[in-house]
Design a protein around this ligand. Structure first.
Ligand code: C2E
Ligand code: CA
Ligand code: CA
Length: 499
């Protein structure tokens, strides 16, 4: 509409100019002679036409831009316009904050598959209409891509308000849609990002909304997730920690500590578990429970885990030089699911053993139940190769995951480590004692040895001995020690004084 009006032949402004021009000429003609009036009239008419031409070009340009940045199917603005409007809104939020809601239709490919692309298009056009109906006066709806829309809430009060808008959007899609005479039900996930600080950029806010959408999708169909300032701060903190972990790997800031595994009858150290430690130069010591999950999430656990294997083997070779006790010492290394999923995992382990001339029988790999379940076939292949060369395998944290006897039998396992939560419950209630008892009986029936972790007092040790547990580990005997402390123990007879 606006485009046609702009190009109308005589607009009110043109006529105004013309009337003013003729009036000016008449005034000049009456006051002077015609030789002056004529050039004035001609100049006036030329000016009038130049103005018209200029307005025409400007109107055509505006129409072309609008056309280039609006979606042909829904007539909605596209990503470029959305970003421009978002930029402008961030500059002047009228209320508390500015919000971006990215709406993504769940399983839209199924609609396309069932009703064809044309049917899918008709559905999207109807979705656009419904979304349009929930907009507030100052909001903007755009189509970002395929089945993805975005709403700019320029005047939101707070997170709760954004939640309400998301709820309205979700509700607007509940009624079935009509596609080619058939009723179609859909759901959508919504990612919401809010800026109440006035400091976010348009692209950062849009990126956050997309991340929130990803999280909503991961939670299931029809979900919404709101990402606000505090969440963004937590994420920035996490990103900083990941950066620091990369630096730690490059600059060799990781170390290992070794916690003794002892035989319960005589407190004799038969092996050690290598445990990863990290001192960040600025933040000091960071707990493995905080950084190991991040290593796993980012995949950094693959190179860091390879370093742990190499370092543990290097240290084992050094202890061996201390004599017979050192030569018999077993070293347990924790292996994360991501490591096990590497096609060359067995080769990495074999290389660490070979380069340090360590006997594979001295090495035990501790693997969580989750790692065994995630990619069963790949894991079984890699573990079988290692078991064949003499490496032993233990299931870590047993009892906290799936605890299925089925998978225990599928893998060439040697030991089961009873999680410390059961050990700590041994003396508190009958239930944990029954679980620990059942695990030990099951493991022995399958020919596996048992290790209990987290033993903190004599009572727990007594109960485990009664239950026939083969090895124990915990603060009652020793905390994770330095390599030198383990070396001293090896030299003085491996006997641990109980705490
Ligand atoms: P985990 O494999 O279950 O290791 C045992 C954890 O229990 C260690 O915590 C150890 O210090 C702690 N612990 C030992 N005895 C006791 C006790 O008597 N009482 C209590 N309350 N805790 C005890 P840490 O060193 O903080 O390690 C935590 C987790 O981080 C490990 O649990 C393991 O899952 C992971 N982790 C540590 N090092 C590595 C590594 O090199 N690779 C991988 N993938 N994960 C590692
Ligand atoms: Ca472990
Ligand atoms: Ca454990």
């Amino acid at each position: 509409m606006a485009g046609r009006d702009d190009r109308a032949w005589w607009t009110a402004a043109d006529l105004g100019c013309l009337v003013a021009g003729v009036a000016a000429m008449l005034v000049v003609a009456l006051r002077s002679d015609v030789s002056v009036a004529a050039p004035v009239l001609i100049a006036g008419v030329l000016l009038l036409f130049a103005c018209r031409r200029w307005r025409e070009v400007a109107a055509t340009r505006a129409a072309t831009t609008r056309w280039a940045h609006s979606d042909a199917l829904t007539g909605l603005p596209d990503r470029v316009v959305f970003q421009q409007r978002l930029d402008a809104a961030l500059g002047r939020p009228a209320r508390g904050c500015v919000g971006v809601l990215v709406v993504d239709v769940d399983a839209f490919s199924t609609v396309n598959a069932n009703y064809g692309l044309a049917g899918g298009d008709r559905l999207l056009a109807s979705v656009a209409q419904r979304l349009h109906a929930v907009l507030g006066q100052d909001d903007l709806l755009a189509r970002l891509a395929g089945d993805q829309f975005a709403i700019l809430g320029a005047n939101l009060y707070d997170g709760r308000h954004a939640e309400q808008v998301a709820e309205r959007v979700r509700h607007s899609l509940v009624r079935p849609f009509n596609v080619d005479g058939e009723q179609v039900w859909i759901t959508a996930c919504i990612g919401v990002a809010l800026d109440d600080s006035g400091s976010a950029s348009a692209s950062a806010l849009q990126h956050d909304a997309e991340e929130a959408l990803e999280r909503a999708k991961a939670a299931g169909a029809g979900r919404h997730v709101v990402l606000d300032h505090s969440m963004r701060a937590a994420r920035a903190d996490r990103d900083d920690l990941v950066q620091r972990l990369r630096t730690a790997l490059r600059h060799g800031q990781f170390r290992l500590r070794y916690q003794p595994l002892v035989s319960p009858a005589d407190a004799h150290m038969v092996g050690v578990e290598a445990l990863l430690r990290w001192d960040d130069p600025d933040r000091g010591q960071i707990q493995p429970d905080e950084f190991v999950p991040l290593l796993e999430e980012t995949g950094l656990i693959v190179p860091v885990g390879a370093w742990v294997l190499e370092e543990a083997c290097r240290q084992t070779a050094l202890w061996r030089r201390l004599g017979r006790a050192g030569a018999d010492l077993r070293i347990s290394v924790n292996v994360a699911p991501r490591q096990l999923a590497q096609p060359d995992f067995a080769a990495t382990v074999a290389r660490a053993l070979e380069t340090n001339a360590v006997n594979p029988r001295n090495l035990c790999l501790e693997i969580t139940e989750a790692a065994l379940i995630t990619d069963v076939d790949a894991a079984r292949g890699e573990l079988a190769k290692l078991h064949d060369i003499g490496v032993s395998l233990a299931v870590d944290d047993f009892g906290t995951g799936y605890s299925s006897v089925g998978y225990v039998r599928q893998f060439p396992l040697d030991a089961v480590k009873i999680d410390k939560s059961f050990v700590q419950g041994l003396t508190a209630g009958a239930e944990d004692a029954a679980i620990a008892h059942a695990i030990i009986k099951m493991a022995h029936a399958l020919g596996l040895s048992t290790v209990a972790e987290g033993v903190e007092n004599a009572e727990e040790l007594d109960r485990l001995q009664q239950l026939g547990c083969d090895l124990v580990q915990g603060f009652y005997f020793a905390r994770p020690l330095t390599a030198e402390a383990v070396g001293s123990l090896l030299e003085t007879g491996q006997q641990l004084a109980v705490a």
